[in-house]
Design a binder for this molecule. Structure first.
Ligand SMILES: Nc1nc2c(ncn2[C@@H]2O[C@H](COP(=O)(O)OP(=O)(O)OP(=O)(O)O)[C@@H](O)[C@H]2O)c(=O)[nH]1
Ligand SMILES: [Mg+2]
Length: 321
């Protein structure tokens, strides 16, 4: 082996195979590695799991903000239910890793729960935001993954008192589109309307001051519970209040934000005779799925073209979360 002729080799004959004692080897059971199958639990995703899925394909991330009871969870449930009936905004349901979470939030709002009035459970205060995931298919665009962040409205309200709270809202920082919900039913109540308008603007002011809402981020401002608005005696006044609120936010933050657009929805109407469940969600979904312009900070004056939102948060992008 070392290039010697056999008779020149200094190692030949020094030790014979017979001189080597036979070792007592214990009987070792050869263990086959366990096959690892990882199945999605079906529950809403934490930020880590959502990030992994966001790298898989073209994705959009939506952050829902609004005081408690404004209708955030109902909006998520209403969209999922609407997709069970057929295409929404030209997209069909193509899968989800959070089916159990969807079913749970939809259950109480459906007739199956045997309630006469639809109901949604309050999202736990102080818990981290979680993401609901939908894969949506359209012939030209293929599949786009949509991630919708849900958090308790009380946590967003807390940020208006203590701005440092806004640092925790990772679902807003990473959002392509932030969606601000304004409770239409409360806006129709004479005693509550001033409070609703004040609190809603304060939440946006706090999140922008803390830079939790990114510069250039698109903002949907959504009047929820439209059924309660149209059946109230003050439907016109509610619309005027809402339009005023949109104007105020636009005047204060229009230059900082990307496109700001108003919507009206009835995700879970109490009385379906005037508006059906999911009213207005197709238009909102269309807005959510629009491509996001890249951040304003550019290298060599050339706008990078990011196919996937996740690239904004990696070293391919300019910002790091
Ligand atoms: N009339 C009417 N009520 C609705 C509609 N959507 C939601 N609601 C009701 O509004 C209440 C609050 O809805 P949620 O979706 O739980 O509100 P949320 O913003 O998630 O509240 P938190 O989790 O506490 O932050 C529930 O009782 C819903 O049934 C709607 O379109 N019309
Ligand atoms: Mg909720």
């Amino acid at each position: 082996m070392e290039g010697y002729e056999i008779e020149e080799c200094p190692h030949v004959g020094k030790i014979s195979i017979n001189d080597i004692p036979e070792a007592d080897e214990p009987d070792v059971e050869v263990l086959q590695p366990e096959p690892t199958i990882s199945l999605a639990s079906g529950e809403a995703l934490d930020r880590g799991k959502a990030s992994i899925l966001q790298r898989r394909r073209v994705s959009r991330s939506v952050g829902l903000i609004g005081p408690n009871d404004s209708g955030k969870t109902s909006l998520i449930a209403g969209l999922y239910d609407l997709l069970q009936e057929g295409p929404v905004s030209g997209r069909v349901f193509a899968g989800s890793t959070t089916l159990i979470a969807f079913e749970r939030v939809c259950h109480l709002a459906r007739a199956a729960s045997r309630r006469t009035i639809p109901h949604t459970e309050r999202t736990s205060r102080g818990a981290d935001a979680t993401f609901f995931h939908l894969d949506l298919y359209q012939e030209i665009a293929g599949i786009t993954s949509l991630f919708i962040g849900d958090r308790s409205g009380e946590d967003y309200l807390a940020a208006t008192d203590q701005i440092s709270q806004a640092d925790h809202f990772f679902e807003i920082r990473r959002a392509d589109c932030v969606t601000l919900l304004v409770d239409g039913a409360q806006l129709a109540e004479s005693e509550l309307r001033h409070e609703v308008r004040a609190v809603t603007s304060q939440i946006v002011d706090a999140l922008i001051e803390a830079r939790t809402i990114r510069e250039g981020c698109r903002l949907a401002i959504v009047l929820t519970k439209k059924d309660s608005v149209v059946s109230s005696q003050h439907a016109d006044r509610v619309q005027a209040d809402f339009d005023g609120l949109v104007r105020t936010i636009n005047n204060s933050h229009g230059a900082y934000l990307g496109e700001v657009k108003p919507f009206s929805i009835a995700a879970s109407p109490k009385n379906c005779t005037q508006l059906s469940r999911g009213y207005g969600l197709d238009e909102l979904l269309q807005f959510w799925l629009q491509a996001t312009p890249p951040p304003a900070v550019l290298c060599d004056g050339v706008a990078p073209n990011f196919e996937r939102m996740i690239d904004l948060f990696t070293d391919k992008g300019v910002g790091v979360e």
